[in-house]
Write a protein that binds this ligand. Structure first.
Ligand code: AMP
Ligand code: MG
Length: 319
């Protein structure tokens, strides 16, 4: 990873970051059709491939250490492209190091706990990447837009008094701060789709038979609450973009650009962690050398003493 590459990633994502403390008005401040100046889809494909390779390398290093973990939270309105983003951005990484969790309407068991419980149960371990397909932010989005969700939450009267949403923002910020200071970096992406692009994608789900399974009449009904969601998202972005876990608003109308941005934000976080392969002590190195000579002595007649080293030498010679 060159310093130049890291710089380019930082520059690409800078306009997408929600400045902590700033007041966001989604419709005015972030354009779902925005893309980096001069970037074409053809070039975009190569760039995404570079990003995917970079992520694969960093994920291997992350998995080799056991201090840091990464949590990627994906939020979007229906048809915003969460599934496709996960599929493409993570296509190069070792599945063993990644755990994807989706969150739907809470079950009865989940409602028997505090509202952050089910998310806490799915957090990544050190060395891992956890992906939340929808996240704890649903608790201040869909639950806010449809208050009947809140009624089902079995809260004590005292928890409903005062400004419940302000309190939840604070609790979420505190929870994320706690996780961050304990080694878990949080990456928060909002895939920002326009209403017209959502209409087009819903129609595609009807028009293309292979996509019919993705179509949900409930999603179309939910579209009626578009303005309420825009307002709820604007508040969430304003109140919960923090120094320790900032939000990035990803322009989502062009899927190819959204995927590049998502990969870039994740890469930026991993570059920042800079996970290293553990190195061995001099003493351990001496042990390894002793074992090597034992294994070399076991070479059958006519075989190389160390076939790996021999092959490596001959490859080097050809270069
Ligand atoms: P999907 O991701 O499209 O399969 O749908 C999942 C549904 O679950 C969406 O309509 C979400 O709004 C809903 N959902 C997710 N989290 C919650 C929550 N905490 N309370 C109520 N509904 C939720
Ligand atoms: Mg849905």
């Amino acid at each position: 990873m060159s310093a130049d590459q890291a710089q380019r990633i930082a520059e690409l994502i800078e306009p997408l970051r929600v400045e902590p403390g700033s007041k966001v008005r989604l419709g005015k401040d972030f354009d779902p059709r925005y893309k980096a100046d001069g970037l074409k889809k053809k070039h975009g494909r190569e760039l995404l491939q570079t990003g995917i390779t970079l992520l694969a390398d960093y994920q291997r290093r992350l998995a080799a250490q056991n201090t840091y973990g990464v949590l990627l939270c994906l939020q979007a309105l229906d048809a915003g492209g969460k599934d496709g983003t996960i599929r493409h951005v993570m296509s190069g990484v070792n599945p063993q190091g990644v755990q994807v969790s989706g969150f739907k309407v809470p079950s009865s068991e989940e409602l028997d706990h505090d509202y952050l419980w089910r998310y806490a149960c799915r957090l990544p371990s050190r060395g891992g990447i956890g992906i939340f397909n929808r996240s704890h932010y649903e608790e201040v989005l869909v639950v806010r837009v449809h208050q009947e969700n809140l009624d089902r939450q079995r809260l004590p009267e005292s928890a409903k008094r005062g400004d419940l949403w302000e309190r939840r923002y604070r609790e979420i910020n505190d929870w994320e701060r706690y996780l961050t200071s304990n080694g878990f970096k949080i990456v928060k992406l909002f895939l920002n789709l326009s209403k017209e692009e959502q209409r087009t994608r819903f129609l595609k789900r009807i028009d293309v038979p292979d996509r019919n399974w993705k179509f949900s009449a409930a999603d179309v009904r939910e579209r009626k609450y578009w303005d309420d969601y825009q307002k709820a998202f604007s508040e969430v972005l304003s109140a919960t973009s923090t120094e320790w876990a900032p939000w990035y608003v990803i322009p989502a109308d062009r899927k190819w650009f959204a995927r590049i941005c998502a990969a870039a934000v994740l890469a930026h976080t991993l570059i920042d962690i800079d996970p290293q392969y553990p190195t061995v002590s001099d003493e351990r190195r001496l042990d390894l050398l002793a074992v090597r000579s034992e294994l070399e002595d076991e070479a059958p007649k006519g075989a190389e003493r160390d076939p790996y080293a021999a092959e490596h030498r001959s490859k080097k010679g050809k270069e």
